[in-house]
Write a protein that binds this ligand. Structure first.
Ligand code: HAM
Length: 459
């Protein structure tokens, strides 16, 4: 049997519905922040990532899926979304659009040849957002607030924003020197890769996965002590805006990020829920003012963020967040003979186009088997087609919960179902007036069980 590749996942059944739900929350929140959806290719020229993400980063040196295509071009499956967005920004001359800054978001698969483990996949799905064309600290705060609000809208509570600043080029140079001076006497205590990193890119030592628990790393100099006055002021502004927006954060000087393009603000958002394991960073991002220029575009200050959807699914599960997914259908249509089956084909089509969730029998089950199937599908209503009724232009519709049955004229069927299914929603509604959750039966007897919604209403 051919099996799926290591570090790849099949998402199906209920889990696939949760993924779809997350997508709708992302789309809704991004619309509120006025970000436009962007799709860039899954593969790009290898050079883009080498020059963009950094020659000495793990995702380029160890984890990239590189291949040569039939035309001899050097291709890489994208390990992240920012480099592709920046290439597109330059290639499509978006910097020339008077509507600046350009605010975009994406949601797609990325590829990293990592050692597969919980929370670390080789094929992963990221949603991300980028603001290109503004150096205003308000945009740093906006990106963080948008990320946090997506998580909150999903119903996650146990999250923590870790914030740091790498400063401008001068700050980074000062810091680099301090790191080299600090690590040199400890060179024998570092892993082989880190010895090489000391020469090429000492900052990368700080996010080494092998040396993560090494005391030498833990006691290394901190970025914030090397910020220029200007960078420090800028960092304070970001914090001020976050406070105005009431976004909780913690300054964490250990956040340096694993990609080379960052300067000034860097941040990661962690899931604090128990049982997550070590890969509990839901997302991360920061400012990357030099990248557009480095990829041959005009000087353009940018900031962005990305999050792994798989980790969000896990966080929702561990926090036991009730996800409002539809797990029932409106009507299951049953039949016995070929004539009734043809009518079933007609009726399913009519009712689906009228907006109902309708299913029917496809595997030759007996009537008894069809009743069981209707229950498996959580059908709210069932309809057993019968030639005699059809001759009279009628059908029998049964409420699958109360088992009450009514004979309905075919001409009135859509109105009947419409009224029945809408009335049920109203019957379930509680005082909080949101309408949304009740469809999924989460509110009972006027008391909303989902604290999530009340928080949104400030109650
Ligand atoms: P990153 O920290 O490399 O940043 O990835 C962002 C998020 O993607 C991680 O926090 C994690 O949730 C998820 N992720 C990364 N690798 C894996 C993996 N192997 N398996 C599962 N999930 C994973 C970036 O990619 C930057 N492009 C973010 C950014 C956007 N910076 C500025 N703009």
């Amino acid at each position: 049997m051919i099996q799926r590749q290591k570090g790849c996942n099949d998402i199906y059944g209920r889990e696939a519905k949760v993924w779809k739900y997350i997508d709708t929350v992302i789309d809704a929140m991004m619309e509120k922040y006025n970000y436009n959806y962007i799709r860039t290719p899954i593969f790009e020229a290898t050079e883009l990532f080498h020059r963009g993400v950094g020659e000495t980063t793990d995702i380029v040196t160890k984890e990239s899926y590189d291949f040569e295509d039939k035309g001899g071009r050097k291709i890489t499956l994208r390990p992240e979304g920012t480099a592709g967005v920046v290439r597109s920004f330059i290639e499509n001359k978006m910097y020339g659009d008077p509507n600046q800054p350009v605010k975009v978001y994406y949601n797609g698969t990325m590829y990293r040849y990592e050692r597969p483990q919980s929370g670390r996949d080789r094929e992963l799905t990221q949603f991300g957002m980028e603001i290109l064309g503004s150096d205003d600290p308000l945009t740093d705060a906006e990106i963080i607030s948008a990320a946090v609000n997506v998580f909150k809208m999903l119903g996650l509570k146990e999250i923590k924003v870790n914030l740091n600043s790498l400063g401008d080029n001068e700050s980074r140079d000062n810091y680099r020197k301090a790191l080299v001076d600090y690590f040199k006497p400890h060179i024998n205590e570092l892993c082989e890769d880190c010895v090489e990193r000391l020469e090429k890119n000492p900052l990368r030592i700080l996010d080494c996965k092998v040396d993560a628990e090494n005391e030498v790393l833990k006691n290394a100099p901190k970025t914030l002590d090397y910020l220029t006055e200007e960078s420090r002021d800028r960092f304070e502004k970001v914090q001020e805006y976050l406070e105005i927006m009431q976004i909780d954060y913690t300054i964490n000087p250990n956040i340096v990020r694993g990609l080379d393009y960052y300067n000034h603000t860097v941040f990661e958002i962690e899931a604090k829920v128990e049982g997550f394991g070590s890969n509990n960073v839901l997302g991360g991002g920061g400012r990357y003012n030099g990248l557009v220029n480095q990829l041959d575009g005009p000087e353009t200050p940018c900031v962005g963020f990305a999050s792994g959807i798989g980790r969000l699914v896990k966080a929702l599960e561990l926090e036991e967040v009730k996800v409002p997914i539809v797990e029932d259908i409106d009507l299951f249509i049953m039949y016995v003979n070929e004539e009734e089956k043809k009518y079933a084909a007609y009726l399913t089509q009519e009712l689906r186009l009228a907006g109902f969730i309708v299913d029917t029998e496809y595997t030759g089950r007996s009537l008894k088997g069809q009743f069981k199937q209707a229950d498996r599908l959580n059908a709210k209503y069932i309809c057993v087609l019968n030639s005699e009724d059809l001759d009279n232009n009628e059908v029998k519709i049964k409420n699958n919960k109360t088992k009450e049955e009514e004979v309905i004229s075919l001409d009135a069927l859509i109105y009947y179902l419409d009224e029945k299914l809408t009335t049920e929603v109203e019957d379930d509604e509680c005082d909080c007036g949101c309408g949304h959750h009740h469809e999924h039966g989460e509110c009972e007897h006027g008391e909303c069980k989902c604290s999530h919604h009340h928080e949104e209403k400030g109650e």
